[in-house]
Design a protein around this ligand. Structure first.
Ligand code: ADP
Ligand code: MG
Length: 227
């Protein structure tokens, strides 16, 4: 009975996530639609047109940012839970973020001990894409970002540590809260998506951050998931 309950709970997390994705993307698209309709009016000034166009473009950029936070690796038929190599998946994510890291003058130092866990590799990549991207974005003036994998008999632990701007106590308390963002064009959805995915994999997480010094996020994923 207990494992049935856990299974139901997990399905709920997945379907909640799916429901919020379409909701989040629909919002900016609805705004774009509204402004396109306004632009169709005959008696509209060039100035107004320009303004509507800019708003529509901003909203389309927002829709793209939301898709990046939720669906970077999405496939039409999501893979099921199966064993996957954590180190390979992390390497894919890091390679993908290299251009962004270079733009910020950030050096990614990865120590990827080989390890296998059971879960959905696509969700796993999305989770660490969001976490590592936040680390890079926190380093305006460059620095090093460390990604380490530790293995013990119970779990695989992934540590992402940056030398970025860090968070205040207040900011830290709001980490993972939907729409909480300190960035001009942030979605405030990336951390929430990462946390949901960790929960889905029966993992645990911990964050330590100090304003002006950096942030360390630790994620532990158990080897054994219930069937
Ligand atoms: P976004 O990146 O779009 O702002 P996220 O949900 O990914 O939204 O992150 C929410 C907020 O958490 C960020 O705006 C930032 O204030 C804070 N944050 C997350 N990760 C870090 C980090 N590594 N260093 C400093 N602040 C962070
Ligand atoms: Mg983010």
């Amino acid at each position: 009975i207990r494992s049935e309950a856990i299974k139901l709970e997990k399905m709920e997390v997945v379907s909640q996530l799916a429901a919020s994705i379409s909701h989040e993307i629909r919002n900016p698209l609805t705004v774009v639609k509204g402004f396109m309709q306004l632009m169709k009016a005959k008696d509209i000034s060039e100035e107004a047109k320009e303004q509507y166009m800019n708003i529509a473009l901003e909203e389309l950029n927002r829709a793209c940012a939301i898709i990046d936070d939720y669906l970077t690796f999405a496939k039409p038929f999501p893979e099921k839970s199966e064993p996957f190599p954590v180190h390979h998946e992390l390497k894919k994510v890091i390679d993908m973020l290299r251009p962004l890291a270079n733009m910020h003058g950030v050096q990614i130092v990865a120590t990827l001990t080989p390890a296998t866990v059971v879960g959905n590799a696509q969700y796993f990549r999305q989770c660490f894409l969001n976490i590592i991207k936040n680390g890079i974005e926190a380093m305006e003036n460059g620095g090093a970002l460390y990604v380490d994998v530790h293995v013990d008999e119970k779990a695989v632990t992934i540590v992402v540590c940056d030398e970025g701007e860090g968070m205040t106590k207040e900011q830290l308390a709001r980490f993972g809260e939907p729409y909480f963002s300190t960035k001009e064009k942030g979605t405030g959805l990336g951390a929430m998506v990462s946390i949901r995915i960790i929960e889905m994999m029966n993992g645990t997480w911990n964050i330590k951050s100090e304003k002006g010094r950096g942030t360390t996020i630790t994620v532990s994923l158990p080897f054994l998931l219930e069937k």
